[in-house]
Design a protein. Structure first.
Length: 256
């Protein structure tokens, strides 16, 4: 090996800290991440499996439907379709963040303080089903980053008062456990270029502290008023897609 080749070989083999010379030569440091294949995002498809799901998807994707309600038994796709539609809107740049909220029933009526961790950790027991849907389309490290940058926000219902949401999709899950005052509060948080999806099962109300059911109360107002800015889909047991066993369980409980 000639002296010139040997010198060039030694320079290339120098550690990264010595790769820039005092004469301002180009840094030869190689970042291995630049050579790893980029993982493509899983496409999000809103494919209806029942007539009710088709109507629901029409409301979710209709920009003129600012608030969309969906009621009915478990397994009918109420929450799943809401999450997928929100992710589609986020990817398309139609919103800047997705906000997830639900009543924290069963923990001293909305009191999160004794649970360990930050606000996201405190909300995780109630929002885990929704995060599971998101994790089907994003890696855990991506979801963690989205939470850190508040592109996804887990917001306790009790902390919603006084806020205004702009350029956001809000998913209000398990809303059958809300009171009339709580429902009014969340419905009046909607700002510019935002959409609110409200889901719940009126047959599974767990909130013993609510004297009046906020979801049932407002659904009655929608039916009576018929405003075009609201969308409403009422699912039935026949629309359930989770499993045949679940349908049989609901039938034995008398749900239709």
């Amino acid at each position: 090996m000639t002296k010139r080749k040997q010198r060039a070989h030694e320079e290339f083999a120098q550690p990264a800290r010595n790769s820039r010379s005092t004469r301002g030569s180009i840094d030869k440091t190689v970042n291995i991440d630049d050579y790893r294949p980029q993982q493509r995002q899983r496409p999000i498809n809103l494919t209806p499996k029942s007539r009710a799901q088709e109507e629901y998807i029409d409301d979710l994707t209709n920009p003129n439907k600012h608030i969309v309600f969906a009621t009915g038994p478990a397994g009918t796709g109420k929450t799943m379709m809401a999450v997928l539609a929100a992710l589609q809107a986020f990817r398309a740049g139609e919103c800047k963040k997705i906000i997830i909220t639900r009543p924290a029933v069963g923990v001293d009526d909305e009191k999160h303080g004794f649970l360990p961790g930050d606000l996201n950790a405190k909300m995780e027991p109630w929002t885990k089903p929704i995060l599971d849907y998101i994790l089907e389309y994003y890696r855990p490290i991506e979801v963690t980053k989205m939470l850190e940058e508040q592109q996804i926000e887990l917001a306790p219902l009790a902390f919603m008062r006084g806020r205004t949401f702009k350029n956001a999709w809000i998913i209000f899950d398990e809303s059958q456990n809300s009171s009339i005052n709580q429902m009014k509060m969340i419905l009046t948080r909607l700002g510019e270029n935002s959409k609110l999806i409200v889901t719940g099962d009126l047959e599974q109300t767990d909130n013993q502290f609510a004297r009046d059911n906020g979801l049932q109360d407002f659904i009655g107002k929608i039916v009576d008023d018929g405003s075009d800015i609201f969308g409403y889909t009422k699912f039935a047991v026949k629309d359930a897609q989770r499993s045949l066993a679940m349908k049989e369980v609901l039938r034995l409980y008398g749900e239709k």
